[in-house]
Ligand binder design. Structure first.
Ligand SMILES: NC(=O)CC[C@H](N)C(=O)O
Length: 359
């Protein structure tokens, strides 16, 4: 392994050892504080275009297995770790992390002080970075010249509808870059799932006559998603039970007149306690968010807050005051992380059940 550099848009540079692909890459740094689940995070489409800094001290020691893919292809641009462990002790191991990264053209750097990088990002905010061979002026110029693709959702979401059959309720999932974990939570509950592209119109959804609609997680800023999607949400929530997660939650909020804003350093992990306001129950949840709902913008909207993060006080859940439509910022079903709030799927299906009985 030769030296490679992580260079940051503010001029900072860190030297470590390359592993995985030897490609040069650029992306936004995302500090991931999960203690497990690097495979799930790397294959989560919501990390599209990002370089993940894993704060777990040793990454690679479970290799890559067939069961932990959150999508067929990894979408992360690169990874930064403290220690790369190339010996895997997992009996489900299929590939080493290094082999997986080489096959998918993902470069990595190990031997870096990930705590130092985390502190830097917490102090100066999230920023673009590159993984390069030489940290010279040319490399920084290239980094500054990088044009960010703002059509992230279109890059990762399915272009065509597909089905995940079941014998229960007909649930339609609008795909903004979903994790397979979401489909697993629904099929575990016997749902007959149809996944449709992100730009499906309300009329197309009504034609499919679903019993409930889920808006999935996904990458990038909710502001980059065309307004036609907000119109779709406005129409659908008024007629069909709706459950929105992650990017879907941010779009649900915007469709109802709230504003979203960028978080200073983003939050990617599963160690924040989140309080369910109505019961006072505190749960730990799996979060990955670079954006959040602007709290004051909720005034004069038909939404009320259902979950709040107890550390950064960000809004983690919303409910519509007139419709059976609700949302959460976090992933209720881990992937990776706790599944403490997976009963939210059951609450959604209870809404679906009473909607169906009235039809
Ligand atoms: N979990 C997600 O769906 C991520 C939503 C959005 N891309 C954000 O960073 O806030």
């Amino acid at each position: 392994m030769g030296y490679r550099y992580l260079i940051l848009a503010d001029g900072t540079s860190y030297r470590g050892y390359g592993f995985g692909s030897d490609a040069t890459t650029t992306g936004e740094l995302a500090i991931n504080s999960n203690m497990l689940g690097y495979q799930e995070s790397m294959t989560n489409p919501a990390y599209y275009g990002q370089i993940i800094v894993f704060t777990q001290p040793s990454v690679g020691n479970t290799g890559i297995n067939d069961k932990s893919y959150e999508s067929i292809q990894p979408h992360t641009k690169g990874i930064i770790v403290r220690e790369y462990a190339n010996i895997s002790t997992n009996r489900n191991h299929r590939l080493s992390l290094d082999e997986f990264m080489k096959q998918n053209n993902i470069p990595g750097i190990c031997g870096l002080d990930t705590r130092e990088i985390t502190k830097h990002i917490q102090k100066h905010g999230s920023m673009m970075a590159s993984i390069v061979d030489v940290n010279d002026k040319h490399a920084f110029d290239q980094l500054h010249a990088t044009v960010i693709n703002h059509q992230q959702v279109a890059q990762v979401a399915t272009p065509k509808a597909y089905q995940d059959p079941g014998t229960g309720y007909n649930i339609l999932v609008v795909d903004f870059g979903l994790k397979s974990n979401l489909l697993g939570a629904l099929t575990q509950r016997q749902c007959n799932v149809t996944v449709v592209p992100w730009d499906t119109t309300a009329q197309q959804i009504f034609n499919l006559d679903p019993d409930g609609v889920v808006l999935s997680t996904g990458p990038g800023s909710p502001e980059n998603v065309p307004r036609s999607v907000l119109k779709m949400i406005q129409k659908v929530q008024a007629r069909i039970p709706l459950f929105a997660i992650g990017l879907g939650h941010e779009l649900f909020a915007r469709a109802n007149g709230a504003k979203t804003c960028r978080m200073p350093a983003g939050y990617f992990g599963s160690n924040h306690p989140v309080k369910r306001i109505i019961t006072g129950q505190v749960v730990h949840v799996s979060q990955n968010q670079g954006y959040q709902i602007a709290t004051l913008s909720l005034r004069h909207t038909p939404l009320f807050v259902t979950y709040i993060d107890l550390i950064n006080h960000s809004i983690q859940g919303l409910h519509h005051q007139d419709y059976p439509a609700f949302s959460v910022q976090f992933n209720p079903n881990g992937g990776p992380g706790p599944k403490d709030s997976s009963e939210l799927y059951d609450e959604f299906l209870e809404n679906v059940h009473s909607f169906r009985s009235k039809r």
